[in-house]
Design a protein around this ligand. Structure first.
Ligand SMILES: [Zn+2]
Length: 224
């Protein structure tokens, strides 16, 4: 590659500091305050276009709101001091894009471990552990690939009561979606399992179980 070609390529991928993107069209991320950027256009079943934070990875559907709102959404999926998140930083979200299973009906905040870490810090909590959740991760990868075959989204997980589906518009499409989901369920599972295992090995699993703890102010060993 000549120097000139190199410059030509560089011109196509300008490097801009994240702060330069802040503005009315790029409101701050509720978790970390960096500007949000557009990710997925408005589509049926979602409250608005989806934006994402390039810093902590949080995804936001519609209006971003603030940290408190995002924490309330986190508490709705939490059980005590633990929560399992659909990982927006996971491999399934990356390959799925608009077809990612995490974009279920009514979704508002799409978490990553880092986004949760930033959010719970607002109330003096830390993420004590973050572990890949194999069952939920494989299910997410499975449904994400299935979404590539159907008109609606999350039809299979919805039927199993594991997600809020976004049904197709027309009755014949919904009927076909049910049939397609059954026919391709097993072959897709055979692809989803190894893909999610690879994702988990690369720390890009599709579902992460998090445990929170109150921040312990460690005075022992503090220099003074
Ligand atoms: Zn962020």
């Amino acid at each position: 590659m000549t120097a000139e070609q190199g410059i030509g390529r560089a011109r196509h991928t300008p490097v801009v500091p994240l702060e330069a993107g802040a503005g009315p069209g790029n409101p701050p991320c509720p978790a970390c305050g960096e500007p949000l950027f557009g990710w997925i256009d408005d589509r049926p079943g979602l409250a608005g276009p989806v934006s994402r934070c390039e810093s902590c990875g949080l995804g936001v559907v519609g209006e971003p709101g603030g940290a408190e709102e995002a924490l309330r959404a986190l508490d709705r999926i939490a059980a005590g001091q633990a929560a399992t998140i659909a990982n927006r930083g996971g491999f399934s979200a990356w390959i799925g894009g608009a077809g990612w299973s995490g974009l279920e009906g009514g979704a508002q905040y799409l978490f990553t471990t880092e986004a949760v870490r930033r959010l719970v810090a607002h109330r003096d909590q830390v993420v004590a552990s973050a572990r890949w959740s194999p069952g939920a991760g494989i299910a997410a990868m499975w449904q994400t690939i299935l979404n590539g075959f159907t008109f609606g989204r999350n039809v299979a997980l919805g039927a199993l009561g594991r997600s809020t589906p976004v049904p197709a518009e027309k009755p014949w499409q919904r009927k076909l979606d049910g049939l397609i989901s059954v026919v391709v369920a097993l072959p897709v599972l055979l692809a989803a399992v190894p893909l999610e295992l690879i994702a988990a090995a690369l720390r890009r699993g599709g579902a992460i179980s998090l445990r929170f703890e109150l921040l312990q102010l460690k005075r022992k060993g503090a220099s003074r």
